[in-house]
Design a protein around this ligand. Sequence first.
Ligand SMILES: [Cu+2]
Length: 183
Amino acid sequence: MAIDEGAILKSELRWAMVVGGIVLVILSAILFAALSMHINPPSNREFADPKTLHTSDEFTEANLGTRVEPDGKVVARIIATQFNFVPDCIVVPAGRDVTLRFTTPDVIHGILVAGTNVNTMIVPGYVAQVHTRFTRTGDLMMPCHEYCGLGHSQMIATVRVVPPGAFRPAADGRIACGERRPA
Ligand SMILES: [Cu+2]
């Protein structure tokens, strides 16, 4: 049978269109997730030396937890370690932009906050940062989702989302779990 070059060309074009269509579907799914569901890969690139975390400016023990910065931004700083989060509970206001900042002195961890778009890896040497806005009040679970050792399954923290009226930080801007319960 003779090879019909025209038929081959047509078939190749058809398959190219199929592939192009699939790529378009995938791209629009990514765009839809990014624009309307706010699901994006974290794009922050900041370094934090694991050896000097405890003496660094930002991640000293006294500086961990939720704080309203002088410019009004709500920032929570958390260290993930084997096999704990420090602190293991943070308070955040509902309906307000919140920045979560994580780092780790030991191995790779990862977190997600159940029912929200918060999901990031925490890699030694880097600061993982997530901007979000919590809509529902209540205690949300924040487990480590990257196997980090034998105690991994016990590694879980709480994100306490309180109504804006119940979010009353102290004079220095700090607010911690256990001090003020949600109203
Ligand atoms: Cu972990």
